[in-house]
Structure formats: C-alpha cells, structure tokens
Design a protein around this ligand. Structure first.
Ligand SMILES: [Fe+2]
Length: 290
C-alpha cells in the first residue's frame, strides 16, 4: 500500500449485473447501472444482432473483436512478448489465462476510438474458475471522494491529464482518468499502462496513478464475482465499467468480445482494430453527437 494511504472498503464498487429480459430493458439497465446480463443467445450472430438492438437508434458500428480462448490468448501473448520496451521502460505483456485479469476497459489502447459498448457473449464457460467481475468507476470515485485520505486521488482522476497510451503506441493526446464525454456519457478508465504526462510533475503524479491502481485492485479483489453460462451475454457500458475474469485453465472456454460504438462514442473507427499492434486509426474524429 502506498505511503499515507490506508485500506478502505471499496467492495461496493464491484457489482453483479442484473439479468434482464430483452434489448429495451438491457438498454435501460445499462444506462442506470452500467451493465446487465441477457440469456438465450445461441450463436455469435444472434449475440451481435442483440448488441445492435441494445444500442438501438444510436448504433453506429458493431462487430466481434476477438474470441477469448486459451489458445488465442497464448498466441497473442507470444506476439506481444516480442515487442520492445518503450522509452519510459514500459513493456506490453499479456498475462497467462491462469491468472486473474487486470480490470480494464476494452480497447484501451485506442483512446478516443475505444468502443463505448462491450458485449461479452459466452459460448462455453470454463469447467472451473473464470468467473467475471465488473467495477463501476463512477461509484469507485464517489467512494474515494468522501474519504479524507483518498479524496485527493479522486480529484486527480477527475482533473489531471495523464497518458492513456500503451507502450510504443502513443495516442498523441492526454486526458484525465475520469471525464464526461461530449455526448454526456461518464468515462472512467483503468488499464495496466496508465502513466503521468512526462514533465516536472511526473513523480508526484505517479503516486496518484499508483493509488488509483490500488483502489481498482481493491475493488476487484474484495467485491463479488459471478459466473456466466453458455448463451448468456454481459452487456457493459465500456466507458463507465471495468471488467475482467478470474483465472482458469480450460482450453474449451470460449467468450466472444463484441465491440459496439454508438453515437455517444467520442470517436468511431471505420474498420477493425488490431489489439496486438494497436495503431490508432488514421481518421478524423467524427463530429460529436448533440
Ligand atoms: Fe476485456
């Protein structure tokens, strides 16, 4: 734990999403609670179609980004492991399937182009382990803000620009950890490579970035986890809610990560994004929705 900080109870920032009946209810619960679970989706095509329906009139783009399987994860991890350390000494790496995941927003490498919706469709759960967790960053920041020893961390997250890039893949812009998108959507971000902007305040800012990390890890490890069965899909506000899963070693587990962009997104790519080589799309930002 960092100097001067003490443990606080942030377990209530983690939550088990409600099971809902249809796309309209999923949309409403997504807006109010940040995530919902639906069931009865028998194939990937139905899952993608359902995701589009959840976004409704605001849907711009949706597609399966990748299949999360042990074999696919190992292949990507091997490619990423070959990539060099960056000028700040940071190195990309993907953890083994057997480890509990670091909480994250999907598409974090792409900054403004990250999807605002995420749909995790489970084709086959792990025989053992692999339970999911979700962290509401809005709730987590509210908890930090009312604690005298953590309020400065919440202020930092809400007010100070940092670098959200992955090592060697600069985004060319800085933004606070938490912000309100032009569409009015709340966005709170975490991933393993967050770093302060280089400069005179860098050392001081590192202490805040590390404490945000500490809070996210505490929420993950003290909050509830839940099992998702075959045919179920977690619908997630990928701007507001971090996700991940516990470790497992089942080669047959298969989850599809489906990325959705609505008119609420800050920017929308016009093609698939490559998470192994996360170059930013060379595109102008789309105009903001009103
Ligand atoms: Fe993810």
């Amino acid at each position: 734990m960092s100097k001067g900080s003490r443990a606080m109870d942030v377990s209530s920032a983690s939550f088990i999403p409600r099971r809902v009946a249809g796309a309209a209810e999923a949309r409403a619960v997504l807006a109010s609670e940040g995530a919902a679970i639906v069931t009865g989706l028998c194939d990937e095509r139905s899952a993608v179609a359902f995701g589009r329906e959840v976004m409704g009139d605001k849907a711009v783009r949706i597609g399966t980004q990748f299949e999360a399987t042990k074999a696919h994860g190992e292949k990507e991890a091997a490619q990423v492991a070959m990539q060099p350390v960056d000028s700040r000494g940071r190195k990309r790496s993907m953890a083994p399937t057997e480890e509990r995941m670091v909480a994250h927003n999907d598409g974090f490498a792409f900054g403004d182009y990250a999807p605002d919706h995420l749909f995790l469709w489970c084709e086959r759960p792990a025989a053992r382990g692999g339970d999911s967790f979700l962290i509401d960053t809005s709730r987590l920041l509210d908890l930090l803000a009312v604690d005298p020893e953590w309020a400065a961390v919440a202020d930092f997250c809400r007010g100070i620009d940092i670098d959200h890039s992955e090592p060697n893949y600069p985004q060319g812009m800085h933004a606070p950890i938490a912000r309100t998108a032009p569409s009015g959507r709340f966005q709170g971000r975490y991933h393993p490579y967050l770093a302060p902007v280089e400069g005179p305040s860098e050392a001081e800012h590192w202490t805040f970035v590390r404490r945000w990390e500490e809070a996210v890890v505490a929420a993950r490890d003290t909050g509830p986890m839940f099992r998702v069965d075959a045919g179920e899909m977690i619908c997630i506000d990928n701007y507001r809610v971090l996700h991940g899963r516990d470790g497992h070693s089942d080669p047959l587990r298969k989850v599809c990560s489906i990325w959705g962009w609505s008119t609420d997104a800050v920017a929308v790519p016009d093609g698939p994004l490559d998470i192994v080589v996360p170059k930013l799309p060379k595109l102008p930002k789309l105009p903001m929705s009103a």
